[in-house]
Design a protein around this ligand. Structure first.
Ligand code: F6R
Length: 609
C-alpha cells in the first residue's frame, strides 16, 4: 500500500509529484506529502487527509518550489493517520518516502535511541531515515554506502525514494517486495510505485529489482548493484496511454471501468484464440503440460478469489479436475496439501498482493507448478510464476475492482476450455462452440450497459437498508459473492452472500421486511430450486430484487424488482449477470454519497499481510 513518486528534471517538481500522486491515490489516501529541493534546501509539505488537503495547505502556506523531489500518499500501518506520521520523514541529512513495512523497526529504533537519536513520529519509516542518516555520517557522506549498510539491517518490505540534503540534484531509490519503477524522460527522470503516475511525461521505464539502487539526475537514471557496479537495464515501454488512466467524461473511475469491460474482454481473449480454439502457448501453457495435473488450487484475495470461485465451477464441470479455491492469507498458514503434480493458480489484479505473492512462493517451495493470472505488467507475481497469463484490462484505478474481475473470469473460461480439450473431456467441436460463445460476451455486456436504468431504480430501494443478503445456487452463488463484496465495500451497507439452499439452516431467521434480498437466478438446471428459496424469503417479508433471464416473468410472490439479462449459455451467464450487480453497487454508493472510487479504510494494492 502507499504510493511513492520522485522527480528530477526541468519542470516544477511539486506539480509533477502532486500529479503523480493523484494517479497513485488509489494505493492509500489517509495522508500525503512531498519534499522538494528549494534553492538547494529540502522543503517539506505534508498533511493528514487526501491530496486535496495537502493542496489546500500548500495553497495557503506556499508550495515548495524546485526541480527535484519525492512524494507520498499513505495507507497507515504504523502510527495513526496524522500530520506528524505523514511522509516524507527525515533524519539529519536524509529525507525519504516509504511504501511497505519494516518488521524489525522496534529493534532498530532501540539501537538508534541508544545512539542519542530522537524521533518525531510513530512510524517504522522514520527509523529507516534515521538509520540511513546514521550510516551516512559513519561513511563520511557516501549515500550509496549508507544505503547498502542500511539495507542489510532492514527486515520487511520497502520501496523507498530518498533525497540527501548534500545532493540537491539527485533522487535515490531502492526496493524489496514493494514495487517501484524508474521512468526515463528527456532531460528528466522519475520514480513511481506504478507506471500510471508518470505516463503523462514518459512511457519508458525500468523495472527496479531488489538489491538495485537507482540514482536519478536530470541527465539520466543510473542503476547500481550492492557492490556499486552499474547494472544495464532493459528499457520497457508502457502500452497504456494517458487517457487509459483518466476518467474520460465519466463521473467516477468505477463507472468508466464498468463500461470498459466489453473492450477489456476482447483485448484479453482475442490474442489467445487461434482458428476458433484457445491457444495459451505464448503463456507457457500447452496441452501436453495441462494433461499432467492431478489437482488445481486457485489462490487469491477478495474479488480475485471470487473470480477463482467461478473458475472452480467451470473447470470442474468441463475438465473434471478437482479444484480447491483458497483465500491466500489462509492458504499460506494452513500447511496446504499441495503436491508436485498439482497446479496452483494465483489470480491478482495488482500482482503485488502480499498474501497472494507469499502463497505463490510457498506453492513453488512445495514443488507445484504455478500459473499467474495478473493485470499489472512486470509485477512481482507475474515475474515469479512458472506460467503467466496477463489480463489486458488496462489500468484499474477505482479501488473496487470491476473490469479486472471480468477479465479474470474470461481467462478462467479460456483456460477451462483448453484444459477440458487437452484432457479429452470435451471434443474440438464443443470447445469451438464454447470459445465462440465466450467471444460473444462483449456484445451481450454492451447490450446490458445500454439498459442500465433499472439498476438505478433498484439502488434507490436499497439506500435505506442496514443490511442485505445476496443469494444464488451454483455459478449464481459464486457470482453473488462478488455482488455482495462490491456493494458493501463502496456503499458501506452490510451484506452477505449465501448459497440459496443453505438459508434455512440458520440465516433465514434474519429475514424481515427490513432485509432486502438480491437473488441471482440464471442457471436453468437450478432455476426452480432457486425460485423456491426466493419464495421462502419473500413469504417472510423480504423485498426481493431478482437478477434473471429476460424470458422469466416473476409473479408477485417471487420478486419486487427484476433486472432481465439476455438469453445466453448457462455456463457464461456470470459474465453477464455481474454487470447489473456492479451497477447496483455503484449507484447505491452514489446515492448514499460515499467516496465511490476511494472507499474508506481501503487501498487498491494490499502489499501488507
Ligand atoms: C475489491 C477488490 C479487492 C481485491 C483484492 C486482491 O473490489 O478489489 O478485494 O480483489 O485486494 O487484489 P489483487 O487482485 O490486486 O491481488
Amino acid at each position: 500500500m502507499c504510493g511513492i513518486v520522485g522527480y528530477v528534471g526541468k519542470r516544477d517538481a511539486a506539480d509533477v509529484l502532486m500529479d503523480g500522486l493523484s494517479k497513485l491515490e488509489y494505493r492509500g489516501y489517509d495522508s500525503a506529502g512531498i519534499a522538494v529541493f528549494e534553492n538547494e534546501v529540502i522543503k517539506v509539505a505534508k498533511s493528514k487527509g487526501r491530496l486535496a488537503d495537502l493542496q489546500a495547505k500548500m495553497d495557503q502556506d506556499g508550495k515548495p518550489s524546485g526541480h527535484a523531489g519525492i512524494g507520498h500518499t499513505r495507507w497507515a500501518t504504523h502510527g495513526e493517520p496524522s500530520d506528524r506520521n505523514s511522509h516524507p520523514h527525515g533524519g539529519g541529512n536524509v529525507t525519504l518516502v516509504h511504501n511497505g513495512i519494516i518488521e524489525n523497526y522496534k529493534k532498530l529504533k532501540e539501537f538508534l535511541l541508544a545512539k542519542g537519536r530522537n524521533f518525531e513520529s510513530d512510524t517504522d519509516t522514520e527509523v529507516i531515515a534515521q538509520l540511513l542518516d546514521y550510516y551516512y555520517e559513519e561513511n563520511h557522506g557516501n549515500p550509496i554506502e549508507a544505503i547498502v549498510k542500511t539495507l542489510k539491517e532492514l527486515e520487511g518490505s520497502y520501496a523507498l525514494g530518498v533525497v540527501f540534503a548534500d545532493f540537491p540534484d539527485r533522487v535515490f531509490a531502492l526496493r524489496k517486495e514493494s514495487p517501484l519503477i524508474v521512468g526515463i524522460g528527456e532531460g528528466e527522470s522519475f520514480i513511481a510505485s506504478d507506471v500510471t503516475a508518470i505516463l503523462q511525461y514518459t512511457k519508458n521505464y525500468y523495472l527496479l529489482e531488489p538489491g538495485e539502487i537507482a540514482v536519478l539526475s536530470k541527465q539520466e537514471a543510473k542503476v547500481y548493484d550492492l557492490h556499486y557496479q552499474k547494472v544495464e537495464k532493459e528499457l520497457k515501454t508502457a502500452d497504456w496511454d494517458v487517457s487509459a488512466a483518466e476518467k474520460g467524461g465519466y463521473e467516477h473511475y468505477m463507472l468508466k471501468e464498468i463500461h470498459e469491460q466489453p473492450e477489456s474482454i476482447k483485448k484479453t481473449i482475442t490474442p489467445r484464440i487461434e482458428n476458433g480454439l484457445p491457444n495459451l502457448e505464448e503463456c507457457g501453457i500447452t496441452p501436453e503440460r495441462l494433461m499432467q495435473f492431478n489437482k488445481i488450487h486457485i489462490v487469491a484475495c477478495g474479488t480475485a478469489m471470487h473470480a477463482g470461485m467461478v473458475g472452480k465451477y467451470v473447470i470442474e464441470k468441463l475438465a473434471k479436475i478437482s479444484v480447491n479455491v483458497d483465500i491466500a492469507s489462509e492458504f499460506r498458514y494452513r500447511e496446504p496439501l499441495v503436491s508436485e503434480k498439482d497446479l496452483v493458480i494465483i489470480i491478482s489484479q495488482s500482482g503485488e498482493t502480499a498474501d497472494s505473492l507469499a502463497a505463490l512462493r510457498l506453492s513453488k517451495q512445495l514443488g507445484a507448478k504455478t500459473l499467474a493470472i495478473v493485470n499489472a505488467k512486470g509485477s512481482s507475481i507475474a515475474r515469479e510464476a512458472d506460467m503467466l497469463i496477463y489480463t489486458h484490462a488496462g489500468p484499474e484505478i477505482a479501488v473496487a475492482s470491476t473490469k479486472a474481475y471480468m477479465v479474470q473470469i474470461a481467462v478462467m473460461y479460456l483456460f477451462a476450455f483448453e484444459l477440458a480439450l487437452a484432457n479429452k473431456k470435451i471434443d474440438e467441436a464443443e470447445c469451438r462452440r464454447l470459445t465462440a460463445l465466450l467471444q460473444g460476451t462483449p456484445d451481450q455486456i454492451s447490450k446490458i450497459l445500454e439498459h442500465k436504468e433499472m439498476t438505478q431504480m433498484i439502488a434507490s430501494e436499497l439506500i435505506t437498508a442496514d443490511s442485505l443478503l445476496y443469494i444464488g445456487r451454483g455459478l449464481d452463488y459464486a457470482l453473488s459473492m462478488e455482488g455482495s463484496l462490491k456493494l458493501k465495500e463502496i456503499s458501506y451497507i452490510h451484506s452477505e452472500s449465501y448459497a440459496a439452499g443453505e438459508l434455512k439452516h440458520g440465516t433465514i431467521s434474519l429475514i424481515t421486511e427490513e432485509m432486502p434480498v438480491i437473488a441471482v437466478a440464471t442457471q436453468q438446471n437450478l432455476f426452480d430450486k432457486t425460485i423456491s428459496n426466493i419464495k421462502e424469503v419473500k413469504a417472510r417479508g423480504a423485498k426481493v430484487i431478482l437478477v434473471s433471464r429476460d424470458s422469466y416473468q416473476p409473479e408477485k410472490d417471487v420478486a419486487d424488482f427484476k433486472f432481465g439479462l439476455p438469453e445466453y449459455e448457462d455456463l457464461l451467464m456470470p459474465m453477464l449477470a455481474v454487470v447489473p450487480l456492479q451497477l447496483i453497487a455503484y449507484y447505491t454508493a452514489v446515492l448514499k454519497g460515499t467516496d465511490v472510487d476511494k472507499p474508506r479504510n481501503l487501498a487498491k494494492s494490499v502489499t501488507v499481510e
